[in-house]
Design a protein around this ligand. Structure first.
Ligand SMILES: Cc1cc2nc3c(=O)[nH]c(=O)nc-3n(C[C@H](O)[C@H](O)[C@H](O)COP(=O)(O)OP(=O)(O)OC[C@H]3O[C@@H](n4cnc5c(N)ncnc54)[C@H](O)[C@@H]3O)c2cc1C
Length: 386
């Protein structure tokens, strides 16, 4: 057993076995074509991994967050990219925690089986960016429905999702005492909405991420698709963010493990000046440092997940885990390129692909600066900076 891998050995083994069917060539070709890893997502769904967090009463396996984190970590450590479907695992949390009984009964069993995909999250907008409370998309009540108008950006996986969780303004900013009480969350059935006010435009990015821009014009969303209470949407979205941060941090730990494994193997084998390059401390120390960073991040992911599972406040730990793990994966990526010299840039080594993929986590789903602001204000008691 590798260090730090004593948790969930059976899950690790099963995910590794599944990932063996999707070797580096599979990911490389998809990356080249910017194509969606449908066969991989289907296999992960069929094996029940994407419904790990759904309670048993809705057909899921009702596992703890740390089990789900282990699944995603292993996907990344095997060289894959869970970003294609990780949201299917955690986005249903908003529905589970804040949806009514009828909504849960209607949607959760389908999400468990994979028949219904809920993995599009429409929060970010071109003009508001990180300042979520400034979003301009509106939802106005009209009889039995809401009429939605606006635009979203970076709505990932929208073309591969049946449902979208959409955050929209239900009260103008100047009509509420608390800024946070003017947004609401809707479950939009994109199968019904397509061509009736909702259009999706793919956005090509530096990595294969299936992200999109969404234009919404006079889209009618049935009022029964409002999640929880009108005006409480921001609170509902926030309540899911800790789980999302912990799971993505686990993916970063998996990425770091992949880079470290790849660099160590190469440094042992590659001979220059008649000896392995890894014999030089200038080569081995950066690998050792990346390993130390990864192990520290791994501990913080575990700490955050266990606080979450005990129902304790884990805002600080979830943010720390995301920050440390994203930094660890990015440092490991850079180290891995350097260890490989010129070959680090060659497509067939997969390092440049993983390097591009892991870079995202410095920015999304929350950027490093915003985590530092959170820690400064909420943990260290420093004045709010924005
Ligand atoms: C590939 C990809 C996939 C994504 N998927 C989704 C998705 O599925 N759904 C969704 O809703 N969003 C998604 N996002 C959006 C992502 O969450 C945002 O990009 C991120 O929150 C940053 O917002 P922004 O890009 O508008 O940057 P901005 O808010 O414009 O910020 C730009 C830079 O300024 C910094 N900055 C801004 N304000 C401050 C401040 N007060 N103090 C210090 N620094 C500051 C930021 O840290 C950042 O580095 C995705 C983004 C990408 C790139």
């Amino acid at each position: 057993m590798r260090a730090g891998e004593e948790l969930f050995p059976e899950i690790r083994k099963a995910v590794r076995a599944l990932c063996e069917d999707f070797p580096a060539t599979y990911w490389r070709e998809l990356d080249r074509d910017r194509a969606y890893p449908r066969a991989f997502v289907d296999a992960l769904t069929k094996a029940g991994f994407l419904s790990a967090l759904i309670p048993e009463e809705y057909g899921g396996s009702g596992l703890a967050l740390s089990a789900a984190a282990t699944i995603l970590e292993e996907v990344q450590a095997a060289g894959g990219n869970g970003a294609a479907c990780h949201a299917q695992m955690y986005m249903m949390g908003t529905l589970l925690r804040h949806g009514n009984a009828a909504q849960k009964q209607k949607y959760l069993p389908g999400i468990t089986s994979g028949e219904t995909r809920l993995q599009a999250f429409g929060v970010t907008e071109p003009t508001s960016g990180t300042d979520t409370l400034s979003i301009a998309t509106t939802a106005k009540r009209d009889g039995d429905s809401y009429v939605v108008n606006g635009q979203k950006i970076w709505t990932s996986r929208a073309e591969h999702s049946d449902l979208m969780l959409l955050l929209a303004r239900t009260t103008p900013r100047d009509q509420v005492k608390k800024r946070s009480e003017c947004l609401s969350v809707f479950l939009v059935d994109m199968r019904e909405a397509a061509g009736k006010g909702l259009s999706i435009r793919p956005v090509r990015t530096m990595m294969n991420h299936a992200t999109t821009e969404i234009f919404i014009e006079d889209l009618r969303v049935p009022a029964e698709n409002l999640i929880g209470e009108e005006g409480q949407g921001f609170r509902y979205i926030l309540s899911g963010m800790n789980a999302e941060r912990i799971l993505i941090a686990a993916e970063c730990v998996g990425d770091a493990k992949w880079f470290i494994g790849k660099a160590s193997a190469y440094a042992r084998e590659r001979k220059v000046f008649g000896r392995p390059i890894g014999q030089n401390q200038g080569v081995q120390f950066p690998i050792a440092r990346a390993y130390a960073q990864m192990r520290a991040a791994e501990l913080m992911v575990r700490e955050a997940a266990s606080r979450y599972e005990r129902g304790e406040d884990c805002g600080e730990e979830a943010n720390l885990a995301k920050l440390l793990a994203a930094d660890a994966s990015w440092a490991a990526a850079d180290m891995c390129v350097q260890t490989h010299g010129g070959f680090g840039f060659a497509e067939e080594y997969d390092i440049e692909r993983k390097f591009r993929e892991t870079r995202l986590y410095q920015v999304a789903p929350v950027s490093t600066n915003l985590i530092l602001s959170y820690l400064s204000e909420h943990v260290l008691g420093l004045p709010r900076s924005y």
